[in-house]
Design a protein around this ligand. Structure first.
Ligand code: GLU
Length: 614
C-alpha cells in the first residue's frame, strides 16, 4: 500500500504578507569577514548511554541534546527525531538538511505497527531518461558535472516528512521542534575536525558559490577546529517556517528562491566552472507529496526485521540477504567463514537490487518475490562456501517458480555509489521508536546554497543511473518525470514478538546496506552487544569485483583468511557511521552511536541508569 500525503492547507496570500529575509539572488556577497566565527569548547560526546524515559542517538552532540530536550518536554520519539534532524541541518549541513530528503520508519507502541514515510526527493516533471546525458556529445555527464549543477537537485522532502511525522505521532508543533535548532543556528556550534575536513574536501566547489562560501569559508578558508560557527540565515528560515508553516517552503517565497537558484545557479563572478541549470519549477515544489508505504518485513531467527521499501533498496536488500543467511548457522562459524557468508549473501542481494529495484510508482518492483523465502532459498545454492564467486554475480529470477538451484538469470552488472548522509534513532517513554535516515546525497550535496536561506541543495538525482546499466534488461533506475531515485538508505526496526528489540541505520551510500546487515548479524548471531556491533570493523560487498574493508580487517589475519576465500579486499579507512537503540529489559534503553568513525557520534538517555547492569 502506498498513500500519498498532500501537504495541508495552502497559506492564502502568503507571498504578499511575509517579510521574509533573504539576500536575493543577484549580487550575493563573497566570502564574509569571520563575524559569525568565535572560539569555543566542543560539546562532550558519549557513544553509549543506558537508562529510561527515552533515548536519542545521532552523529552529533548538539543534535542529540535537541532530541533529548523534546523528550524532556514530554515529546515523543517523533518529536525528538524532528528536533534532532533540524539541529543536524545546522551542525551536519553537508549530510542533511531541509534541502534534502530521507526515510522515516516509526514503531507505534499503541498500535504495535511499524509504518514508514517516504520523503525522498523527486525529479522535475520535465525530467526524461536523458537528464544526465550531454545533448551535444550524447555521452553521460561526468559525475562532478552532474553533481554540481541544477540538474541534480530534486524537490526536497525533509520538511514535508517532518510535518507529516509530527501530525501522526508528535505531541509538539513543528515550530516547537524547530526551536532548539533555531537557537543553535543563532548562537552557534563548535566546529570539529569532521566538519572542517568536509569543508576542506569541498573547498573548490564551495568557493565558486558566494552563498556557500559565505557560510562555510569564513575569511576564504575552512573554519578552524574549535571555532563557533553560526548560521543566521538558517535561523531566519526556520523561524519563517515555524511562523507560517511548511507551505512557505513548498509554495511561498522560499520555493521561489529554490527554483531561481536551481534554474540559474548563483556562481561567483570569478568562477570558471560550467554549472548546468536545472528545470525544477514552482509546480514541482507545490506538488511534492510524502508517501506512506508499507514497510518491508522479513523474519530472521524468530525476529521481525522491518525496513524501508522502494524507492529505497535498503529494506529489500537487507531483507533478502537475511533470508539467504538464515540457511546458515553463523553463530557456529569462525569469524572469517561467517563474514564470507555475509559478503556472498550481500553480493547476491545486490545483484537483485540492481536489476529490479527502482521507484515503485514508475516501475514494477517484484518486492514480494524479492523478499520471499523461496527466492532466497534459490539464491542460497549459489553461495559456495569453498570459494567466492567471481563478482559481479548475475541477478536471480524472482518469478514465484522456485525449484532447487536456479542458474544465474543473465549477464551481471555492478552498480556502485557512495555519498554522505546521517542516521538518527530515537525512543520515548511510551515505547515508540524512530529510525530516520536523511541526506543531501554527496557530502556537501550540490554545493549550491540558496542565497539568504542558509541551506544547501541536494544532488539526490545523481542516485539515478545516468545511462542504462542492465544490458538488454530494462534499467529500473533511470531518471523520469516526478520519479524518485533509488536509495540505499536502510532505517531498520527489529521487533521481537511484536515488541521493539532494536533500531539501527547508517550513512554511506550503497555501503549502508552492508553496514546495517553486518550490524544486525553482529548483534543477533555473533554475540556482540549493540555498541560492540556498531563499533566492529566493517567490510562491504555491493556485487563488485572488490570488497571494501576497514584496516582492522585488511591488516590482520582475518583479512588473510578472507583473501583465502577468494575475496579481493580494498583497504578503506572508514565505512558508515551507524547509530542505534536497543531495548534491554523492562524498558531499559541503550542508545549507541559510532565511537570513532566520522569523529564519533553521541548517545543520550533521558534518565541515566544509576548502576551498571550486573
Ligand atoms: N543518496 C544516498 C542514498 O540515498 C545516500 C548517500 C549516503 O548515505 O551517503 O542511498
Amino acid at each position: 500500500m502506498a498513500v500519498r500525503m498532500t501537504r495541508r492547507a495552502a497559506v492564502v496570500g502568503l507571498i504578499g504578507t511575509l517579510a521574509v529575509s533573504g539576500a536575493g539572488l543577484a549580487g550575493a556577497a563573497g566570502p564574509a569577514a569571520a563575524d559569525h566565527v568565535k572560539p569555543s569548547e566542543p560539546p562532550p560526546k558519549m557513544p553509549v548511554a543506558t537508562g529510561h524515559g527515552g533515548a536519542v542517538a545521532t552523529v552529533d552532540a548538539d543534535a542529540t541534546a535537541a532530541g533529548l530536550e523534546m523528550l524532556r518536554r514530554g515529546g515523543t520519539a517523533a518529536d525528538a527525531a524532528v528536533a534532532a534532524a533540524a539541529a543536524l541541518g545546522v551542525t551536519e549541513p553537508f549530510s542533511s538538511g531541509i534541502g534534502g530528503g530521507g526515510f522515516f520508519v516509526h514503531y507505534d507502541a499503541r498500535t504495535g505497527k511499524v509504518e514508514t514515510l517516504d520523503g525522498r526527493e523527486t525529479a522535475p516533471a520535465s525530467a526524461t531518461d536523458q537528464l544526465f546525458v550531454d545533448p551535444d556529445t550524447e555521452e553521460p555527464l561526468g559525475f562532478l558535472d552532474a553533481r554540481v549543477s541544477g540538474l541534480s537537485v530534486g524537490t526536497p522532502g525533509s520538511l514535508a516528512t517532518w510535518e507529516e511525522a509530527l501530525e501522526r505521532w508528535g505531541r509538539h508543533s513543528l515550530a516547537r521542534n524547530l526551536r532548539p535548532a533555531v537557537e543553535l543556528a543563532e548562537d552557534g556550534f563548535v566546529v570539529d575536525e569532521t566538519f572542517r575536513s568536509q569543508v576542506e574536501a569541498n573547498i573548490a566547489i564551495f568557493a565558486d558559490f558566494p552563498a556557500t562560501a559565505e557560510l562555510y569559508l569564513p575569511g576564504g578558508a575552512p573554519p578552524a577546529v574549535g571555532t563557533t560557527l553560526t548560521n543566521p540565515d538558517l535561523a531566519d528560515t526556520y523561524r519563517v517556517i515555524a511562523r507560517h508553516g511548511v507551505d512557505v517552503f513548498y509554495e511561498g517565497p522560499i520555493a521561489d528562491d529554490i527554483v531561481a537558484t536551481v534554474q540559474e545557479p548563483p556562481l561567483g563572478d570569478d568562477a570558471t566552472r560550467v554549472v548546468r541549470p536545472g528545470d525544477l519549477t514552482t509546480d514541482d515544489l507545490a506538488g511534492y507529496e510524502v508517501v506512506e508505504r508499507d514497510p518491508t518485513m522479513v523474519e530472521y531467527r524468530g525476529l521481525q526485521v522491518y525496513g524501508m521499501p522502494p524507492p529505497s533498496s535498503g529494506g529489500s536488500t537487507v531483507g533478502e540477504a537475511l533470508n539467504i543467511l538464515e540457511s546458515f548457522d553463523l553463530a557456529a562459524m569462525d569469524e572469517a567463514t561467517a563474514l564470507h557468508h555475509y559478503l556472498e549473501a550481500s553480493a547476491l542481494a545486490f545483484a537483485d537490487r540492481n536489476r529490479y529495484v527502482g521507484d515503485p510508482d514508475a516501475v514494477d518492483v517484484p518486492l514480494e518475490e524479492l523478499l520471499s523465502q523461496g527466492f532466497a532459498d534459490e539464491r542460497v545454492c549459489l553461495l559456495d562456501s569453498a570459494a567466492a564467486a567471481v563478482k559481479p554475480v548475475a541477478p536471480g529470477m524472482p518469478d514465484g517458480d522456485y525449484a532447487g538451484c536456479a542458474p544465474a538469470a543473465a549477464d551481471a552488472h555492478a552498480v556502485d555509489d557512495a555519498g554522505s548522509t546521517t542516521h538518527l534513532t530515537t525512543a520515548d517513554r511510551w515505547g515508540n521508536v524512530v529510525a530516520y535516515t536523511l541526506t543531501i546525497e554527496q557530502t556537501g550535496g550540490s554545493g549550491i546554497t540558496v542565497p539568504g536561506r542558509g541551506f544547501l541543495l541536494n544532488n539526490e538525482l545523481t542516485d539515478f543511473n545516468f545511462v542504462p546499466t542492465q544490458g538488454s534488461a530494462p534499467d529500473p533506475n533511470l531518471p523520469g518525470p516526478n520519479k524518485r531515485p533509488r536509495s540505499s538508505m536502510a532505517p531498520t526496526i527489529v521487533l521481537d514478538d511484536g515488541e521493539p528489540f532494536l533500531a539501527v541505520g547508517s550513512p554511506g551510500g550503497a555501503t549502508i546496506i552492508g553496514t546495517v546487515l553486518q550490524t544486525l548479524i553482529n548483534r543477533i548471531d555473533r554475540g556482540m552487544d549493540l555498541p560492540g556491533a556498531i563499533a566492529a570493523a566493517r567490510l562491504t560487498q555491493p556485487n563488485s569485483r572488490n570488497t571494501s574493508a576497514e584496516p582492522a580487517i585488511t591488516d590482520g589475519l582475518l583479512g588473510d583468511a578472507l583473501v583465502g576465500f577468494g575475496h579481493t579486499l580494498v583497504r578503506t579507512a572508514e565505512i558508515g557511521a551507524a547509530t542505534g537503540i536497543e531495548v534491554l529489559d523492562r524498558k531499559l534503553l541503550q542508545a549507541a552511536a559510532e565511537p570513532v568513525r566520522r569523529g564519533g557520534g553521541s548517545a543520550g538517555v533521558l534518565i541515566p541508569q544509576r548502576w551498571p547492569r550486573p
